[in-house]
Write a protein of this length. Structure first.
Length: 339
């Protein structure tokens, strides 16, 4: 049977049979590899396994498996299965290249929308620090910023554009790879930023940055209010810039107080939420790629797999079981009322 005529299941069965009879692998190994390849078929969404690209397999072995609850150290058999299958496919002249996916590091969980909302209500808006923190949280959630991009913002990175007769704020951010990108700032984040920048305490803080001759003075946007290492005369300008550690500590401090799970209390958890919500809102993948600053669109495609809510909603509303009376209706009557 020609390779192009064989289904994914037939190819996997042929490989597993070869492992068992030609390589003498144990029944337990065969079962583990079969389970791993079943997950790979799920990830590929019925596309031919022989058409998988290395970036896709890296994605499967890292973030996708992580979202399925499989931690880094437990991904080893999955990676061994993927490597073994494509090595066999290469030897069988079914593919031209051998791929080598890696375990990677454990990735932070995506923050849930409910916990993101709780976190936004954490800061005390009657204080300067609270307004500053709320503005930072709003930018991370509303723009999908990496923490390096957040702390690197200066006032000159904010500008206004006319959109349908209204002035809207735009943010120029520099992050991974030192590449700039322009991001629309959501109205809620814009309002918090404007309140923060107009706060009376900001006028008392020296956050000016050295400017070349003839250039307008720029200013650090997110400032620290105190320093345990610097004297008052040195705690100014660039030294006023908030650090990445301070932002991480801030998120954990509010999150712990609000009983948000520790594995969601990370800037990247909010970035994953941003990408997933855009995808669930049917924003085209290319637009999500641009907004998130991904070099490779394969890095963006993971949010298609994470955005499960719309799939569940579609099935609940339109699949055959949703349009008929089933035994479940009677079973539900036997359940005790919820407290």
């Amino acid at each position: 049977m020609a390779a192009e005529q064989r289904t994914n299941v037939q190819l996997i069965d042929a490989w597993l049979e070869w492992l068992q009879h030609s390589r003498g692998r144990s029944e337990r190994t065969i079962e583990a590899y079969a389970m791993a390849m079943k997950k790979l078929r799920e990830f590929m969404e019925n596309r031919p396994l022989l058409e998988a690209e290395p970036a896709e397999l890296e994605l499967f072995c890292s973030l996708w498996l992580h979202k399925k609850g499989i931690v880094a150290r437990s991904r080893v058999p999955y990676i061994s299965a993927v490597k073994g299958f494509y090595k066999w496919a290469k030897a069988s002249r079914l593919v031209s290249d051998i791929v080598h996916p890696k375990t990677g590091r454990p990735l932070p969980n995506m923050m849930s929308l409910a916990n993101a909302e709780k976190l936004m209500w954490g800061p005390d808006l009657d204080t300067f620090i609270g307004i500053r923190d709320a503005a930072m949280l709003a930018l991370m959630m509303g723009c999908g910023l990496r923490v390096s991009g957040l702390v690197g913002i200066n006032e000159s990175h904010l500008s206004n554009v006319q959109i349908e007769g209204q002035l809207r704020m735009v943010l120029k951010v520099t992050e991974k790879g030192k590449k700039d990108r322009l991001l629309p700032v959501p109205k809620e984040a814009e309002m918090l930023l404007r309140v923060y920048m107009a706060h009376e305490e900001m006028s008392e803080i020296d956050r000016d940055l050295p400017a070349p001759e003839g250039r307008q003075v720029d200013r650090v946007l997110f400032v620290s209010v105190r320093s345990t290492k610097l004297t008052a005369d040195l705690h100014r300008g660039e030294n006023r810039r908030l650090t990445r550690k301070a932002v991480n500590d801030m998120i954990k401090r509010y999150g712990k107080r609000l009983d948000i799970p520790a594995n969601e209390l990370h800037p990247h958890a909010m970035r994953h939420l941003y990408g997933t919500e855009l995808t669930e809102g049917n924003v085209p993948t290319a637009a999500v790629q641009d907004l998130m600053g991904h070099d490779d669109i394969k890095s963006t495609s993971v949010y298609t797999h994470l955005a499960a809510r719309k799939k569940f909603s579609a099935v609940d509303q339109h699949a055959p079981l949703a349009k008929m009376k089933t035994p479940v209706s009677e079973l539900l009557k036997r359940l005790p009322p919820s407290s």
